[in-house]
Write a new protein. Structure first.
Length: 526
């Protein structure tokens, strides 16, 4: 099988175009609230799940830092107005470099630098917590090398009004909790306070309208001179159970019922109809298919397809082609695997691959990232489609993560799926961002302009092409590490990294190469 390519030609990367057809209505002014879009920086930004959630909450994400050039390029594609720094935060990235990026990103977002008070409203980010499991004695002795402390350093130096640090729940467990405790104490010493007694909160994306069970730890800090402490967000929906046959919905909740797996993907066409998707990431749909999708789309899918307006979405509208199905390169399985996938019941794990078969009426299990080339390129397990004998496509996974259909991932299935598994689900990022917009007492104006997405070539760059694109220093990008080069270096970017109980046997078996992911594998954790 050839590597996925794009047929369409390149587009200009940054262009703001007026388009009254797709522009959103202006947000009404609210009494006692200033009308402006607050300014945010996203550190460890990946492809931009958190960036998108913050933008939907009303922020302009003016700068983003990501050291993997493939992810940085995908971020640049989706957020052409953001200044993307492809840099290692621990190099260390200087606060002045970040401030210069903020100014550059404010200009492309059309902020008037002459009236800017010089304040950054929010620094957000999900620094991987490297933990103790593989790093060895050197870092146990020198916790300051941990990326979470570089996050603290940049917050202390730039001094944003608020900060949000996202991590995996394992950060509050076992040996890692001492890092968390130390970090919280240092944020307090640096002049930040927290909303809760426990200082951190573990939030489930499913409580915020994402059809996926996904728990993440959040630290939401408020600078001591700010009048209002940013609160932790409250649930917006009552999630359906992961396996409705085992657990019923509670009847005492007044919240609306959240979306199911089928609400998220039920309108997407059967990929087997498109031979082109064996080699390409995208296919042009007929008008008839688009109409059938529109008719089948749930309320959740209609918002992700931008059929319906979402009054709580303050993001800049993007120009995109809704007749193009993207992120949908097919995975072709052996007849044996197909038989096993078919025989597996909804809500059960297929015993050989250990892939979880989704229940259409339930929630998706946590989508995981696997590990990057610097940590051995471990492939993450993908759930099995509820009605078809194959694993999910990246678009289906993106839908289950609350990414809108205009948002694109790297064209290579492995990179693309990893970008989803690593990402904060945008709807969860939006809910967290909204609490800060509320604390700032702002009404973010909704853009009257449509932003054109970046050059499609950004989505098919190899690691070395992407490094060259950013003019990045090869010494600071994630180095390729071959299997077994670092004993025990088996964790994913975040998930396993902070779980001290994780062993090689718990983790996905490694594929021969990133592209060879469709082959049969040893048991994996799901
Ligand atoms: C959990 S992911 C963040 C995902 C992102 N918040 C989102 O919502 O899409 C962590 C990211 O940090 C990046 N990263 C790891 N070490 C880094 C470093 N030293 N400097 C900059 N980025 C780093 C990884 O490549 C990865 O994309």
């Amino acid at each position: 099988m050839g590597s996925p390519r794009f047929a369409s030609g390149p587009r200009t990367s940054v262009r703001r175009v007026s388009d009254t057809q797709t522009a959103r209505p202006e947000s009404p002014e609210e009494p006692g609230k200033e009308t402006r879009r607050p300014v945010a920086v996203d550190l460890f930004a990946g492809a931009g799940g958190l960036s998108l959630g913050l933008e939907q909450a009303g922020f302009d994400v003016v700068a983003a830092v990501e050291y993997d050039p493939v992810h940085a390029a995908t971020h640049e594609f989706n957020f052409p107005l953001t200044k993307v720094l492809c840099a290692d935060v621990s190099a260390p990235l200087a606060a002045e470099t970040l401030r210069a990026a903020v100014r550059a990103g404010m200009e492309t977002h059309a902020h008037d630098l002459d009236v800017w008070d010089g304040e950054v409203d929010l620094i957000a980010g999900g620094p991987p917590c490297q933990g103790f499991s593989w790093i060895g004695k050197r870092l146990i002795d020198d916790k300051r090398n941990q990326l979470v402390f570089h996050f603290l350093r940049l917050v202390s130096e730039v001094r944003p009004r608020y900060f949000v640090m996202e991590n995996v729940p394992g950060m509050a467990k076992g040996g890692h909790s001492s890092i968390l405790g130390e970090l919280i104490a240092e944020f307090e010493d640096a002049g930040y306070r927290f909303p809760d007694e426990s200082k951190y909160r573990i939030l489930n994306a499913a409580d915020f309208g994402v059809p996926q069970e996904r728990h993440r730890l959040f630290l939401i800090g408020t600078r001591e001179d700010q009048e209002t402490t940013a609160a932790s967000p409250s649930a917006t929906v009552q999630p359906v159970p992961k396996r409705p046959s085992l657990k019923k919905l509670a009847t005492d909740s007044t919240l609306p019922i959240g979306p199911s797996v089928w609400d998220a993907i039920g309108d997407l066409p059967n990929l087997n109809r498109y031979p082109r998707l064996r080699d390409f990431d995208e296919v042009k749909l007929s008008n008839h298919t688009v109409a059938a999708m529109d008719a089948a789309a749930s309320e959740y899918a209609r918002r992700l397809r931008r059929i319906d307006d979402d009054p709580k979405d303050f993001s800049h509208p993007r120009s995109w082609d809704r007749t193009l199905l993207t992120g949908s390169t097919r995975t072709v399985h052996t007849p044996k695997s197909v038989g096993r996938f078919r025989a597996t019941k909804h809500g059960h794990t297929e015993p050989v691959s250990r892939f979880y078969k989704l229940d259409p009426a339930g929630l998706c299990n946590t989508l995981r990232a696997g590990s990057g080339s610097e940590r051995g390129a471990f492939t993450s397990p993908r759930p099995i489609h509820p009605n078809l004998p194959r694993v999910l496509s990246n678009r289906e996974a993106a839908r289950l993560h609350s990414f809108p259909d205009w948002f694109r991932l790297h064209a290579t299935k492995w990179h693309g799926f990893r970008q989803i598994g690593n990402a904060v689900a945008p709807l969860l990022g939006r809910a967290v961002g909204r609490t800060i917009v509320d604390a700032l007492a702002l009404t973010p104006p909704v853009s009257a302009e449509v932003v054109e997405l970046g050059d499609l070539k950004l989505l098919e760059l190899t690691m070395s092409q992407a490094t060259a694109h950013f003019g990045a220093d090869e010494a600071y990008i994630p180095a390729k590490r071959t299997r077994g080069a670092v004993p025990g270096a088996v964790q994913t970017d975040q998930e396993a990294a902070v779980d001290p109980t994780t062993t090689a046997a718990d983790l996905p078996a490694q594929t021969e190469s990133a592209e060879a992911e469709d082959s049969e594998r040893e048991p994996v954790e799901v």
